[in-house]
Design a protein around this ligand. Structure first.
Ligand SMILES: *Cc1c(COP(=O)(O)O)cnc(C)c1O
Length: 367
């Protein structure tokens, strides 16, 4: 049989089946049930945030966070161009405008100096996105935000458990969001979480995700809300995944260390650098091809596919795609990285032989 190595795979180590079985046995399968509250409580305590609210996915988590901050039509939000499209789309859902900032060439986090050129009278918030498991320089982001009186929404969809200055990414700004899509560090199939230390933001997110229903008066709606709820089954899976989060992260960090050793000193490839003061959780091991590489990125991906190794291109810059097309975005680093980079398989079920095969095959084509 032809070899096939997926770029991402979920891994179930603990109580997932048992908790799901419990949902079935007790018939609490919809968005009411004990696992919702347990998952939220366990998440806030593990992450060191006062409040955590579950929701149906990571995209609506960002939407809820922005709405809770009062972002609306006429407002601008500073968003990296080099990100997953959900970060920008959520801004649009609010009727606000994402203003794209460039990223740093080494860590790929939002470039605060570029944000400084793009901040204006309508700017209300900045959204650092902790890409591929590596936290942004939150010290720089927080200082910038306080200088311009901006709210900080952390898109932490790709970095559960990563830390900056000893604090969990996603809990440093005003509000942070997570995704539990099937390829993320911990998963619920589809799912999301909003975390904050601010009670009124927590209240607002809870109100909005449940159709705007008054918490004191059932079936009385105080504003137009949404059905953005998570199910008890999703929360059951999430709670089990969260119980083992450290093991999931350690397994990924071990894979990344193996890759590091195999790629170190090679002139044809360059890896994403960890932010100073941060600990990455290595969601996706990511490489750039340098000028020394003997093959283009797209040709390499095709060759690897023939060899049974699935890869992904790095995110296309937001300003290069139809919904946000803008020739004058001024994000040259994002364009450069996006054109030269790829994500290679990073998941817990890779054996050391798989990792050696993947790295060896890549270097065979690039050197
Ligand atoms: C996955 C992801 C999201 C969205 O999460 P979904 O659960 O797929 O809606 C948002 N931002 C980033 C950076 C992501 O990687």
């Amino acid at each position: 049989m032809k070899k096939h190595i997926s770029v991402a795979m979920p891994n179930f180590l603990g109580n997932e089946k048992k908790y799901v079985q419990d949902c079935m046995d007790t018939v609490w399968i919809s968005s009411v049930g004990k696992y919702i509250a347990e998952f939220e409580a366990a998440f806030s305590s593990k992450f060191g945030a006062e409040y955590a609210v579950s929701c149906s996915n990571g995209t609506v988590a960002i939407h809820l966070a922005l709405l809770a901050l009062g972002i609306g039509p006429g407002d601008e939000v500073l968003v990296p161009s080099f990100t997953y499209i959900a970060s920008a789309n959520a801004v649009r859902y609010c009727g606000a405008t994402p203003v794209f900032c460039d990223c740093l060439a080494d860590t790929w986090g939002i470039d605060v100096e570029d944000a400084r050129k793009k901040v204006g009278p309508r700017t209300k918030a900045i959204m650092p996105v902790h890409l591929y498991g590596n936290p942004c320089d939150m010290k720089a982001v927080m200082a910038f935000a306080s200088e311009y009186d901006l709210k900080v929404v952390e898109d932490a969809a790709e970095c559960h458990g990563a830390e900056f200055d000893g604090k969990k990414a996603g809990t440093i700004g005003d509000i942070g969001t997570f995704s539990f899509f099937g390829n993320k560090i911990i998963t619920t199939g589809e799912g999301g979480m909003v975390v904050t230390n601010n009670k009124s933001l927590d209240d607002k997110v809870r109100l909005l995700k449940g159709q705007g229903m008054d918490p004191e008066r059932r079936y009385w709606f105080t504003e137009v809300g949404y059905n953005y709820r998570m199910t008890n089954i999703q929360a059951a899976i999430g709670l089990a995944q969260l119980e083992d989060m450290e093991r999931h992260i350690e397994a990924r960090q071990n894979i990344a260390k193996r890759y590091d050793a195999l790629f170190s000193g090679r002139k044809s490839v360059q890896k994403q650098q960890q932010t100073r003061g941060a600990e990455s959780v290595c969601w996706m091991y990511s490489l750039l091809l340098t000028d020394n590489a003997k093959i283009t990125r797209d040709a390499l991906m095709e060759k690897l596919d023939e060899d049974g190794i699935e890869t992904r291109p790095l995110f296309y810059p937001m300003h290069s795609m139809p919904p946000y097309y803008n020739e004058k975005a001024g994000c040259p680093v994002s364009e450069d990285i996006a054109a030269r980079g790829l994500n290679i398989p990073t998941h817990e079920l890779l054996s050391s032989e798989d990792v050696a095969y993947i790295a060896g095959t890549i270097l065979n084509y690039t050197e």
